[in-house]
Design a protein around this ligand. Structure first.
Ligand code: SAH
Length: 390
């Protein structure tokens, strides 16, 4: 087994089960390649944990066991998958939802690997070349533990020509329809990096529908396939969806259609968010609830946008078109943008804009997106409902 020796003083961090092996904590290591297993040891050569090499953003890899005797084989993954499955029993037993995460990376014991269930069609996501080296044994373990009609995969790392596709079972005709909290959405597991729906927002969508949509006019920015609009439309007066991508229009119309809502009764704009703000303000449009769920980084012809640097512009633009006593739903899925920093930006921006406000609800990941208690970035999702008085 290869060895990585920690810098003096770094033992406690790993003894306390921090799962990400950080390059700067390593004093020296044997020539480590993607997919290698290695032991993390103290400067006195005492074993702490076994990890694999899988470089994602900054880490060298992930700890996967604290037992030197444990073999990393099919049984190892089988046991982890069985445990993860037991913890998802709830989702198999409730009505109205058939799509959820089955295995959530470091939260379930293996950073860099996720498995989602879309009504019996599974999606594996590989986040590094390193974890992909374990593909054979992981797929064998999946076959033993999970029931499925088909399995697909996506590579979430660079440096690969093959970006994903069909793995097992019979290929269904895409899009398939999934149900979440009694709302239907189209999903395609074999078309680019996204699937049509972000399963981590399921509780936020439900909250929007149940508490902030009733008889309101809803504006959904960065709307993608319109998931927030569709769920809100069950109670809303009307919804408006805005996304820069051309494809978003048809995908959103189809999702409305699946739920018995005439897409022509709703507004859909293929437009940059900031252009839309100008357009809406110029026309005196106002919205009672505004949903902002942007990508962490975006680029359009004029400028680059990052949530950490530019969220204030998004909030200020929204205030210009928010109806009196309206609600903002502000989201970010950037793990680099902490809840504390996000709340600070919100506070500062709203204070400078001179509006009174009340934070109604702060939400995070649902429980199928199990997080790691010793690794804060695993709680990447932040969704804040704010009532504005003006
Ligand atoms: N809120 C969505 C997910 C957003 S994915 C949901 O709930 O499903 C990010 C989306 O932002 C993409 O569809 C992308 O086309 C869109 N986007 C990126 N830059 C944009 C911009 N400047 N204005 C509007 N939409 C943008």
């Amino acid at each position: 087994m290869k060895i990585a020796t920690l810098n003096k003083g770094k033992e406690t961090k790993y003894l306390n089960q921090y799962p990400l092996v950080e390059e700067e904590d390593i004093f020296q290591h044997d020539h480590l390649k993607e997919g290698d297993l290695f032991n993390i040891v103290t400067e006195n050569n005492q074993y702490i944990a076994t990890a694999y090499v899988g470089r994602q953003h900054k880490g060298l890899g992930w700890v996967i066991t604290y037992s030197q005797e444990e073999d990393i084989n099919i049984t190892f993954f089988e046991n982890l998958f069985k445990k993860a499955l037991e913890e998802r029993e709830y989702y198999y037993n409730i009505e109205g939802t058939n799509a959820f995460r089955l295995f959530n990376a470091e939260g379930d014991g293996v950073g860099g690997l996720t498995i989602d269930n879309y009504n019996g069609h599974l999606l594996i996501q590989w986040y590094s070349k390193g974890i992909y080296k374990f593909r054979y044994i992981i797929i064998e373990a999946i076959k033993k533990v999970f029931k499925f009609e088909s399995v697909f995969e996506k590579m979430r790392f660079k440096d690969t020509e093959y970006t994903g596709g069909h793995v097992l079972g019979e290929t269904p005709e895409f899009p398939i329809v999934i149900e979440e909290n009694f709302t239907f959405y189209n999903v395609d597991l074999n078309d680019g990096l996204m699937t049509g729906i972000f399963l981590d927002q399921k509780e936020v969508r439900k909250k929007l529908r149940d508490y902030f949509a009733e008889n309101r006019s809803i504006l959904n920015l960065f709307s993608y396939t319109g998931a927030f609009s569709v769920v809100a439309s069950k109670n809303a007066k009307v919804t408006t969806s805005v996304d820069l991508a051309n494809r978003s229009r048809t995908l959103t119309e189809e999702n409305f259609g699946l739920n018995g809502v005439d897409p022509k009764s709703q507004y859909i704009y293929v437009m940059d968010t900031f252009d839309f703000y100008n357009y809406a303000a110029r026309h005196g449009k106002q919205y009672d609830t505004i949903v902002i769920d942007p990508p962490s980084f975006a680029r359009n012809k004029k400028k680059t946008f990052s949530v950490q640097k530019n969220y204030d512009d998004l909030i200020n633009g929204a205030l210009d078109v928010l109806a009196p006593d309206g609600t903002l739903l502000l989201c970010t899925n950037s793990s680099a943008f902490s809840l504390k920093a996000f709340k600070n930006v919100i506070k500062k921006t709203l204070e400078q804009a001179n509006v009174e406000y009340e934070i109604e609800e702060v939400m995070g990941l649902p429980k199928d997106f199990k997080t790691h208690s010793h690794y804060k970035p695993s709680k990447y999702l932040k969704a804040v409902f704010i009532n504005i008085k003006h």
